[in-house]
Design a protein around this ligand. Structure first.
Ligand code: ZN
Length: 82
């Protein structure tokens, strides 16, 4: 059974074509919500957040960086960038 478990988490972003004014679920500011973030795990939706543009940008960067770091860790084998 354990061999079938994949701790895959997936994050996807949906950009609203018409931003709506409400509270951002990340920074708690009342602003225009431009992006909805979906978090899925093992193919199941486990959560979503409605985000203002600045939070969305930060999270998108964080997700991209995390993927890059993870790949780098696997391939670099202890090589140092200084
Ligand atoms: Zn925000």
């Amino acid at each position: 059974m354990l061999s079938e478990v994949k701790a895959l988490s997936e994050v996807s972003f949906l950009t609203f074509s018409q931003p709506k004014k409400m509270k951002c679920e990340c920074c708690d500011r009342s602003t225009f919500i431009e992006v909805k973030m979906f978090v899925a795990r093992e193919g199941r939706l486990v959560g979503d957040l409605e985000l203002c543009s600045s939070c969305a940008e930060l999270l998108q960067q964080a997700v991209a960086r995390e993927n890059v770091v993870r790949e780098w860790d696997f391939s670099s084998g202890g090589e140092s960038l200084g």
